[in-house]
Design a protein around this ligand. Structure first.
Ligand SMILES: Nc1ncnc2c1ncn2[C@@H]1O[C@H](COP(=O)(O)OP(=O)(O)OP(=O)(O)O)[C@@H](O)[C@H]1O
Ligand SMILES: [Mg+2]
Length: 244
């Protein structure tokens, strides 16, 4: 599925955060968004997910305009939003429950929870887990959604460096195998380089896209990533406003 954003605008009162923003994510493409804190990344994802209504412009999926919450999109917000009264397993299987596939999803979820280091947490409640564990549960819940387009807002921000690397590899494999369309918000430049086909760099609120970078790689490995010093430096210069 492809996602098209045309002249999208959003303001909180007088503060214009998104100003006529346009971009496109192709079918099966992995696009990351980088930008300074407060520039409007989460606002953008909230608008795309139908939680906030745009004050101008439109969003299309496969050329059809989207209005409100759309089942073709799966969204992992920046705060994990696990339901405190449900166990971790029930939280992870939330979409299975909504779509009447609970039993089948519970089996799948139990297997994945072990892989995600959440084995033994099935019957615990969100408050009993660490921030990183809750984030992995929320990530698993999102990936178990049968959507065509995934919107992820800093999904690995609370994880230690080893677990973060494992989750990135898992997401990379998932995208390669299932050819999902993905829009990832991150503060981690290496994460964006490692995973993305394209990186969009946003400027200050309302400034829009400062630069679009296509990442070309035959075979993405950690070794390949370490060699991307030039690209990393270029991205940092643009974010700091030194190259615009
Ligand atoms: N509910 C709200 N009411 C008023 N202003 C808001 C609200 N949510 C966000 N803002 C403001 O809009 C701007 C963009 O916020 P947003 O959360 O989209 O930034 P962000 O790029 O996701 O930042 P971060 O990288 O820190 O997560 C900020 O100045 C923020 O203070
Ligand atoms: Mg944010």
């Amino acid at each position: 599925m492809e996602l098209t954003v045309n002249n999208l605008s959003y303001a909180y009162g007088e503060q214009r955060v998104l100003r006529e923003l346009s971009f496109h994510v192709g079918d099966g493409e992995f696009v990351s968004i980088l930008g300074p804190s407060g520039c409007g990344k989460s606002t953008l994802l909230n608008v795309l997910a139908g939680i906030l209504s745009p004050q101008g412009g439109e969003v299309r999926i496969d050329k059809v305009p989207v209005s409100g919450i759309d089942g073709r999109l799966a969204y992992m917000p920046q705060n994990d939003l696990l339901l405190p009264w449900k166990t971790i397993l029930d939280n992870v299987c939330l979409y299975g429950e909504i779509h009447h596939r609970k039993k089948e999803m519970r089996e799948q979820a139990r297997v994945q929870m072990k892989r995600f280091g959440l084995g033994g947490c099935e019957d615990k409640y969100p408050t009993e887990l660490s921030g990183g564990m809750r984030q992995r549960a929320a990530f698993l819940r999102t990936t178990l959604c049968e959507a065509g387009i995934y919107l992820l807002d800093e999904p690995f921000g609370a994880l230690d460096v080893i677990t973060r690397g494992e989750m990135q590899d898992w997401l990379k494999d998932l995208c390669t195998k299932l050819k999902k369309t993905l829009l990832l918000v991150t503060h981690d430049t290496d994460e964006a380089i490692y995973l993305s086909d394209r990186i969009l760099i946003l400027g200050a609120p309302g400034a829009g896209i400062l630069k679009e970078i296509t990442v070309k790689a035959e075979n993405r490995t950690r070794e390949w990533l370490y060699e991307q010093g030039g690209l990393r430096a270029e991205i940092h210069r643009i974010i700091k406003g030194e190259n615009t």
